[in-house]
Design a protein around this ligand. Structure first.
Ligand code: URA
Length: 278
């Protein structure tokens, strides 16, 4: 059967070839097929493993050459609850609503980045979203337009969301930093720490079901870790006082440069979807 919408999603993600998963044959037929196949090709080498999607989604993308991790390989991670320690001072923005928070951030001069920014990039999407996506920092396009993930990486992010059935306006998208670091350099530690209460307040207001950290900088900042992205992805971390599930995946800008990693990001998205469906 043709699925024009699904095909468009997969194509937008750069997936132009894929194989529709066939339902398993009844045992007696499967046995006959196996016997027939081995009789026809007695010397044939072991066939390559065929990837299966984790969820009931239609068809595995053809670039998914590795099987998705089975559920039991997603290890629970550690909680990062330091902001919620009872004796920690409450940040100035801790009680602000959306509008007051946005105004406060727009006027922020806590670090040097305010000198070079065109504008702050607060965040976008549904304030009631189940899924919160957290990137690194605005780039040149975002600095110009005042919205996160609007450049090429943003287009890929939109396509990735569509592949799990979500529109951009159904999720919330924010960044570790609200201002663009000049030349798109990595955020400095003190810049991230000035911005942290803003993001923490956004997380509190949204109260998402799942957080998706995209890219190393986002994952390391949120989890207060120096581990590589490769070590941080592939398990379900828990974030904050609510133990919100947090999944780490590759930054879409990195995926544009390294499309071979899209298979792993697809595994991560499947895990996000399964957590959203719980
Ligand atoms: N990269 C990010 O991490 N965030 C953006 O908003 C844009 C690009």
């Amino acid at each position: 059967m043709e699925h024009p919408l699904r095909n468009a999603y997969l194509e937008a993600m750069g997936i132009t070839q894929w194989v529709v998963r066939q339902p398993p044959a009844p045992p007696e037929i499967a046995e006959r097929q196996a016997v027939a196949a081995s009789a026809a090709q007695p010397q044939a080498p072991e066939p390559a493993a065929v990837a299966e999607p984790v969820t009931g989604h239609d068809a595995p993308p053809s670039w998914l050459t590795e099987a998705p991790l089975p559920e039991e390989q997603w290890h629970p991670g550690e909680t990062t609850a330091d902001e919620f320690e009872p004796h920690a001072p409450r940040p100035v923005v801790a009680d602000l609503g959306w509008d007051a928070l946005q105004q406060h951030i727009a006027a922020c001069r806590s670090c040097e980045l305010h000198r070079s920014r065109k504008q702050t990039v607060f965040g976008t999407g549904s304030q009631q979203a189940d899924l919160l996506i957290i990137g690194e920092a605005p780039g040149a396009d975002e600095d110009r337009q005042g919205e996160p993930f609007v450049g090429r990486a943003g287009k890929l992010l939109n396509a990735m969301l569509k592949a799990i059935g979500l529109e951009r306006n159904q999720v919330y998208i924010a960044n570790i930093l609200k201002c663009r670091p000049p030349g798109n350099r990595d955020p400095h530690v003190e810049e991230a720490s000035h911005c942290r209460p803003y993001l923490m307040r956004q997380i509190e207001l949204i109260n998402p079901k799942v957080i998706l950290a995209v890219g190393r900088v986002s994952a390391q900042n949120l989890l207060k870790s120096t581990d590589t992205l490769g070590r941080l992805r592939g398990r379900t971390h828990r974030f904050g006082a609510d133990n919100t599930p947090l999944i780490v995946t590759y930054h879409p800008a990195y995926l544009l440069r390294s499309p071979e990693q899209k298979a792993k990001s697809w595994q991560d998205l499947q895990q996000v979807l399964s957590l959203l469906q719980k």
